[in-house]
Write a protein of this length. Structure first.
Length: 92
């Protein structure tokens, strides 16, 4: 009988946690070895994507929040979060 999606996701998360506990992991964005969730280089690159004044778009009936330009490493980080089981990227 095949495993349902939520069980597979739970097992994958547990497996990733155990590996991180015993092994040095790689950055999910550049694949460099790192002791933190995302290497410092990629963290700096992501911060460079951030818009200076995101609140200027909060106008009209439906306010829109734009954290950064959807391009380059930010686009890669969002794809890794959504499609490659990297939930730790949501906390950056």
């Amino acid at each position: 009988m095949p495993l349902n999606k939520s069980l597979r996701t739970g097992i994958g998360t547990l497996k990733n946690g155990l590996f991180a506990l015993f092994l040095k992991s790689n950055c999910p964005l550049c694949d460099r070895p790192t002791e933190i969730e995302v290497c410092e280089y990629c963290q700096r690159q992501l911060l460079r994507c951030q818009r200076r004044n995101p609140s200027k778009f909060w106008q009209g009936q439906l306010p829109v929040f734009i954290w950064g330009n959807y391009d380059g490493i930010l686009k890669q980080a969002i794809a890794a979060l959504k499609y490659h089981n990297q939930p730790q990227l949501a906390h950056l």
